[in-house]
Design a protein around this ligand. Structure first.
Ligand code: ZN
Length: 274
């Protein structure tokens, strides 16, 4: 099996393929938030599956056809094995719930995610922490539902659970980008500071320098997301791999399950391998 090391070179190593499932809110989260990690583990021959919440504009909560085709291109680039779309709560059963964000959304999502995870039997689950990484409400809901779902799975098949956090390094990098581009938006800076403060303590970093070219190619697939996004988001996502190697060489996570003890060292892998 071929493995891409942090130096970007491929080497032959013996690994048993394992399964990583990311539970996210929207097509583009897999690329913009954890794209390096997914590309790295896919390049090592592991199965990478992404589950999306029912937050799209279509009546059943699915994304637009255009966003789906952008996802298909990005997923091929990153090496993602499969995608699943959760459906919105059935409104005929509880007509009071208008839209996907009604009162029953959290238990509905939790049950749907648990059912998917039981079928997929992942070794590792990745989702959002309580800040939703960007403060987005759908991200926060998805992270809360996934934490409940994985927390209720017991026994030897219970997966490890990680939340993507931006951490201080990412914040510092974001502020440097702001300075580099000579644009000032104090609200963005305040939001970023708040999110960094409220984020879980990082426990795990993944060196993604070897897959930054794939990550950039995947980001470029999201024409509509980049057009709709803020100027700094476009700038950040389309950063050249050369600059990104310096500004964001690692993606950062907090391990939620099993909990991390105070004496434990920082991890460098999702399976506890480094
Ligand atoms: Zn999102």
């Amino acid at each position: 099996m071929t493995q891409t090391g942090s130096n970007g070179r491929s080497e032959q190593v013996e690994t048993t393929p394992r399964t990583i499932v990311a539970v996210l809110a929207h097509p583009d989260d897999e690329t913009f938030i954890i794209g390096g990690t997914l590309a790295l583990y896919a390049s090592r021959g592991h199965h990478v599956h992404v589950i999306y919440g029912p937050f799209g504009p279509e009546p059943d909560g699915r994304p637009t056809p255009q966003r789906l085709s952008e996802l298909e291109a990005a997923a091929n680039t990153l090496g993602i094995t499969a995608n699943t779309f959760l459906s919105a709560p059935d409104r005929s059963e509880s007509p009071a719930q208008a839209g996907a964000l009604g009162e029953g959304t959290l238990p509905h999502l939790t049950n749907a995610i648990r059912a998917e995870l039981r079928g997929l039997r992942p070794d590792v689950v990745i989702t959002f922490d309580a800040t939703g990484a960007t403060g987005n409400l759908n991200h926060i809901l998805t992270g809360a539902a996934t934490l409940q779902a994985v927390g209720s799975m017991t026994g030897v098949t219970a997966p490890r659970l990680y939340a993507a956090v931006f951490g201080r390094r990412q914040l510092a990098a974001g502020l440097r980008i702001g300075r580099l581009t000579r644009r000032k938006n104090l609200d963005d800076v305040r939001d970023a500071l708040r999110i960094a403060q409220e984020s879980q303590r990082p426990t795990t970093t993944i060196d993604v320098r070897g897959v930054l070219a794939q990550r950039l190619e995947a980001a470029r697939c999201y024409t509509t997301a980049l057009r709709e996004g803020a100027w700094w988001m476009r700038r950040w996502e389309l950063l050249s791999p050369r600059l990104r190697r310096h500004l964001a060489p690692r993606e950062v996570y907090a391990r939620l399950i099993p909990p991390v003890s105070d004496s434990e060292d920082m991890e460098n892998g999702l399976f506890g391998e480094g």
